[in-house]
Design a binder for this molecule. Structure first.
Ligand SMILES: [Zn+2]
Length: 168
């Protein structure tokens, strides 16, 4: 299997390895003022609570790339129910706990039309690995890409935009 790499039309470098981009926090935290971030929110690498009413966990969305083993990886956040949030928290280091949670997609990805609040399911795996999510198939292009996979060319285009904010 070929390794994913491409010569970037924006910066002229060769970018190697499967594209992978992640978000330190959900969009709902991103938009808070510094004061609100301190006063009404709590955040770690994997968990976030806002106002004791919005509960978020960090997950992985993998979009398959045709012809490659590893997909296009997005480290993103979904909002889950309060009950599932605490179950996840309690079992975070568990070697046996497995579960599936419904969640709303909570980041704004580049390239795609508005990605907030797409429907997903997070598959919680034992042993502290971040859960992978699947996306409910709708007319939204991100959900179509998740289900059909993308070509190398499209992966390159999205990667350039995600890296540089633009494509030459
Ligand atoms: Zn580049």
């Amino acid at each position: 299997m070929e390794k994913f790499k491409f010569t970037c039309t924006t910066c002229s470098e060769v970018h190697e390895g499967s594209p992978s981009f992640s978000y330190k926090w959900p969009h709902h935290y991103e938009v808070l003022s510094d004061k609100d971030r301190k006063e009404i929110a709590k955040i770690s690498d994997d968990l976030c609570v806002i106002n004791d009413e919005d509960y978020f966990i960090r997950v992985i969305l993998e979009i398959p790339i045709h012809g490659f083993t590893d997909g296009f990886m997005w480290g993103v956040w979904i909002s889950v129910s309060e009950e599932n949030f605490w179950k996840y928290h309690e079992n975070f280091d568990s070697k046996e706990y497995e579960d599936t949670y419904f969640g709303w997609f909570c980041n704004v990805l580049p390239y795609y039309p508005e990605t907030l609040h797409l429907k997903s399911n997070a598959h919680v795996k034992p042993g502290g690995q971040r859960p992978n999510i699947d996306l409910e198939l709708t007319e939204h292009p991100l959900t179509i890409d998740y289900h059909n996979g993308i070509s190398w060319e499209k992966a390159v285009e999205i990667a350039e935009i995600a890296m540089h904010g633009t494509k030459a």
